[in-house]
Design a protein around this ligand. Structure first.
Ligand code: SF4
Length: 337
């Protein structure tokens, strides 16, 4: 088990001590605050800056184009309207069956237990999601259970963003036990960015809980750039390889951040050092406020062609797009236009 004692804060105190002020973020990195046009501040009011200090320490000071900084720094371009970039690009309102239950695919559904995230990613397709109307309470569990039991093909629950690993271990355990109590559920998938941005979250209590579960556990982390994976993060993730937990990574292709084959290749190799396999490489979901991260189809096709030619197959993430109403994520290679 990794020794976290040398880190000055445990994960809960890190979570309550995030940087939320764009001026503080830029001055911490020794950067000019001149770029904070009023539009950027308004963007931060609409979707608040949130970033753990541990993640900021992975950024390169004095570099206004640092690929980690660009993922979190509010930008005035977020206020521009673009055709096809909408508040709910994946039709999640329509897929919501009950508070917290998003059912898009036959054998699995998403359960959102919290609207909170440790970090606010400016490209997030749920940045406008009305979490306040969609969080299940304890009293809703009976309805959720009945819903699952009415859908014989469901065998997997996906806990997804807001980030389920921002919950305390006791709350997480409560929901884990509820899910375990339904015999038809065989797998639990946990989508979380927290192990990357606050690696201390992978604490002994959580790992023991997951190890002891009767469910097959899949943890899908979210890193977009190799710089997110410092040695401490690698060690925290690598300890999971001694458990039965499968650990995968998903990324989003982002202009100016990871839009080169070399960057995706470096990320895959770094993930493998942590025994994490690349899973999905998502084309940006067309969410309002994120158009400036979008890439031209030919850039994506060339990048992926180069990645395929360089990486061993087991380190190549699947290039996909999620299309509202489709029965699965859509594989894209050679199909982008
Ligand atoms: S749901 Fe995931 S991608 Fe969206 S802001 Fe939270 S951590 Fe980032």
């Amino acid at each position: 088990m990794i020794n976290y004692l040398f880190r000055e804060q445990n994960w809960k105190s890190q979570l309550s001590d995030l940087i939320t002020d764009p001026y503080e973020l830029l001055t911490t990195l020794n950067l000019s605050t001149d770029q904070l046009l009023s539009g950027a501040l308004l963007a931060s009011e609409q979707f608040k800056l949130r970033v753990p200090r541990a993640f900021v320490r992975k950024m390169v000071p004095n570099d206004p184009f640092d690929p980690l900084l660009l993922q979190v720094l509010p930008h005035h371009l977020e206020l521009e309207d673009h055709i096809n970039f909408v508040a709910d690009p994946l039709g999640e309102e329509e897929a919501t069956q009950l508070p917290g239950v998003l059912h898009k695919y036959e054998s699995r559904f998403l359960l959102t237990l919290t609207g909170a995230c440790a970090i606010h990613c400016r490209y997030c397709f749920r940045r406008h999601f009305p979490y306040q109307d969609n969080l299940p309470k304890s009293k809703d569990w009976a309805h959720i259970k009945s819903y699952i039991e009415s859908q014989a093909k469901i065998n997997e629950v996906i806990l997804s963003g807001g980030d389920p690993l921002t919950l305390s271990n006791s709350k997480f355990k409560l929901w884990l036990e509820r899910i375990e109590s339904i015999p038809q559920i065989k797998m639990l998938r946990i989508h979380s960015r927290v192990p990357v941005v606050i690696p201390e979250r992978l604490d002994h209590e959580l790992i023991t809980m997951l190890k002891q579960s009767r469910l097959n556990i899949v943890l899908v982390i979210h890193a977009n750039h190799a710089n997110e994976l410092d040695d401490f993060t690698i060690a925290a993730l690598a300890q999971l390889s001694a458990t039965q937990i499968t650990v995968l990574n998903q990324s989003v292709l982002l202009k100016g951040i990871n839009d080169s084959a070399a960057t995706i290749e470096a990320l895959s190799y770094r993930l493998f050092e942590a025994k994490v396999l690349p899973y999905y490489l998502h084309v940006l979901d067309k969410v309002k406020g994120a158009a400036h991260f979008d890439l031209e189809p030919q850039v994506i096709n060339q990048l992926y062609t180069d990645v395929l030619a360089t990486l061993p197959g087991y380190l190549v993430p699947k290039l996909v797009r999620e299309i509202a109403g489709e029965k699965n994520k859509t594989p894209l290679y050679g199909e982008i236009h």
